[in-house]
Design a protein around this ligand. Structure first.
Ligand code: SF4
Ligand code: FES
Length: 202
């Protein structure tokens, strides 16, 4: 039996699970962008960060992604502490500065309490949310859901990440027609920003 504390509630569990799954069973909503229960967790977007300490070191809190972090004995988990909210707000501001036209990010901003009014934003949020020049013109937030869906559902690996930093993007091999693609549409189905769309070619 694993005993841990989640938002002040003591829980005893027998089976291994992630913090995200445990929170969801307790009716606690943690924002996610790169998680899909049918795909291997990736820990890419960092929006699901939660504060984790242990009973041995209750003051040593660490931010961990709830989608990949496993529940452990003696953990003290806080899903909505002020540090967590601040971190989520900052991460989302960065995602918005990369993909300002992705409406899903604006919806999430409302959910996590990132104020739209620049007066209420921190200077970093204000810059990222409103003033930062758009460096890349894409709705892709690099969540990797499409890449994992293609690799894990039809097992075709027709798309993958390419390049690093601001150049990073999702592509077919050598940007050519992907011979292994069977047109199943899994990539488009899981994409949270509708960056991938399916067209029928006749
Ligand atoms: S294309 Fe969509 S699913 Fe793929 S990484 Fe970008 S946002 Fe995520
Ligand atoms: S949902 Fe956990 S890192 Fe993206």
């Amino acid at each position: 039996m694993i005993k841990y504390t989640l938002n002040g509630k003591i829980i005893e569990k027998g089976n291994e699970t992630t913090i995200l799954e445990s929170a969801s069973k307790q009716g606690i909503k943690i924002p996610t962008l790169c998680n899909n229960e049918h795909l291997t967790p990736f820990g890419g977007c960092r929006l699901c960060l939660v504060d984790v300490a242990t009973t041995r070191n209750p003051d040593m809190k660490k931010l961990m992604p709830a989608c990949t972090a496993k529940i452990g004995e003696g953990q003290i988990i806080e899903t909505h502490s002020s540090k967590v909210i601040q971190a989520r707000r900052f991460i989302l501001s960065m995602l918005i500065s990369r993909s300002p036209k992705a409406s899903e990010l604006r919806v999430l901003a409302k959910e996590i309490g990132l104020p739209e009014d620049s007066e209420e934003q921190t200077p970093a949020e204000k810059y990222l949310f409103n003033d930062a020049p758009s460096i890349v013109d894409t709705n892709c937030i690099l969540c990797g859901l499409c890449v994992r869906a293609c690799a894990e559902i039809p097992m075709r690996d027709a798309i993958s990440f390419s390049a690093r930093g601001m150049e990073r993007t999702v592509k077919t091999p050598f940007e050519k027609y992907a011979e292994t693609c069977i047109g199943c549409g899994s990539c488009a189905y899981v994409c949270p920003t509708n960056t991938i769309t399916i067209e029928e070619v006749v």
